[in-house]
Design a binder for this molecule. Structure first.
Ligand code: GDP
Length: 426
């Protein structure tokens, strides 16, 4: 029997990998060195590798069920270990009986994400791919699915490797520029600084795209403005439900209320903030300071203040347009008769598109971004310093920072948090 390579726990695990019971079919996955023994014990003769076969599953003379079984010998399996699958009738009793039989054979139930964890340890997946997979399993909208599948299929390391080789080219061009004098030097310098420019632009863009976790949770949209501006009413109109308390007593919204919504397949989290004013009530004051935090944390702001200014992340809105004259430079909206709401949604989508990954673009988890910004800073230095030898040093540092993007500190904690997001049987 092939020893499980690199299996940190050394034991063989099983879990239901299909959905909640009862279901048409239940798939139990078994991974580890004893998978083969367990499959033979329950189903008799092994099927051909990677081919399904109909078997009667028995445990100590008792027929458990009849179903399809599959056998995947290591190392060409998703976990990198010996792997078996039992496709059974999806009832609780069948699954429970099968679990009991597997336990008697010395196997144990897997923890959430444990199959994927083994795939990571056995080099079957890299970290970015695991994160992509976690997001793919949780994807609820089209943009989440597209981004997650790109990352699950290795887009992050590919992108980094591409940047790395361009950086090497730039360094080579610069070394050449250092070796020459006079006009050639100027020409060489132009060549490498043009290359640096485009690389810099790409890294900058990647670092400012909505981070992967924002796609997961939704782009944050804070509705801000003074008390009674109509924030809660607008929030409810956009959210399509009565999530926030609406009243005409100033300061009713004491806390921050959030609602996830999707417009054109794009996930947003609407944030209704407490009135941005001098709060007297201590509870209300807590609400106000959180409102300011949320305003900073939001990627997009719907600003109901009279003096609101439009910018790349702000939509200036004149609320209650059904009875007040809206300011000409603002978008006129009435939550009461619905005017301007469609246009507001269109603008939200347009703004989101600017910070969402386009076709082929990849997002990074927040924890990678610091490293990306470090790469960018070194490139900026390399570009700015007049001395070529110093530039070369900054390029080397940029290279090291790039290499560190997927590494970094706190890997173990990160893994625990990451695998905690997986469901059982994955
Ligand atoms: P907030 O303090 O900014 O959250 O404001 P609210 O949403 O609680 O609204 C304050 C008052 O304005 C309430 O009495 C609402 O019914 C009223 N209001 C809000 N939006 C509109 C609107 O579009 N038209 C009209 N006529 N009244 C509104």
């Amino acid at each position: 029997m092939a020893a499980a390579p690199n299996n940190p726990a050394g034991d063989t695990i099983f879990a239901l990998s299909s959905g909640a019971l009862p279901s048409a079919i239940a798939i139990i996955r078994i991974s580890g060195a004893r998978a083969r023994m367990a499959l033979e014990a329950l189903a008799g003769r092994l099927p051909q590798p990677r081919q399904s076969a109909l078997r009667t599953l028995c445990d100590a003379g008792d027929v458990l069920d009849e179903g399809m079984v599959l056998w995947f010998p290591a190392p060409r399996t998703v976990t990198g270990e010996d792997l078996a699958e039992l496709h059974l009738h999806g009832s609780r009793a069948v699954v429970e009986a099968c679990y009991a039989a597997l336990r008697r054979l010395g196997l144990r139930l897997a923890e959430p994400g444990e199959f994927t964890r083994r795939a990571l340890f056995n080099g079957k997946m890299d970290l970015a791919a695991v994160e992509g997979l976690a997001d793919l399993l949780a994807a609820e909208t089209e943009s989440q699915r597209r981004d997650a599948i790109r990352r699950q299929r290795g887009a992050v390391p590919r992108l980094l490797a591409g940047w790395r080789s361009r950086l090497t080219l730039i360094s080579a061009a610069m070394e050449a520029a250092i070796d020459y004098d006079g006009e050639e030097e100027v020409a060489g310098q132009c060549a490498w600084s043009a290359l640096t420019d485009s690389l810099l632009a790409e890294i900058e863009r990647a670092a400012t795209l909505a981070p992967a976790e924002r796609l997961r949770d939704g782009i944050r949209v804070a509705i801000v403005g003074p008390p009674n501006a109509g924030k809660s009413t607008l929030f409810n109109a956009l959210a399509g439900r009565d999530a926030a308390i609406v009243s005409d007593i100033a300061g009713t919204t004491r806390d921050v209320i959030e609602a996830p919504i999707a417009i054109d397949g794009i996930p947003f989290v609407l944030i209704d903030t407490a009135g941005l004013r001098e709060a007297v009530d201590p509870i209300e004051r807590i609400g106000v300071s959180r409102a300011l935090d949320e305003e900073d944390l939001a990627q997009i702001r719907i600003d109901l203040r009279d003096d609101a200014q439009e910018d790349a992340r702000t939509i200036a809105v004149s609320s209650k347009a059904d009875f007040r004259t809206p300011r000409p430079e603002h978008l006129a909206v009435s939550a009461l008769d619905g005017r301007g709401l469609d246009e507001l949604q269109r603008r939200l989508v347009a703004m989101a598109r600017g910070i969402l990954p386009g076709e082929g673009e990849v997002t990074f988890e927040r924890r990678y971004r610091e490293a990306l910004f470090a790469v960018r800073d070194e490139l900026v230095f390399a570009h700015r310093v007049p001395d070529l030898v110093l530039s070369a040093e900054h390029l080397r540092r940029a290279g090291r920072a790039l290499d560190a993007v997927l590494g970094g500190d706190g890997l173990e904690d990160m893994l625990d948090a990451l695998f905690g997001r997986f469901c059982l049987g994955k």
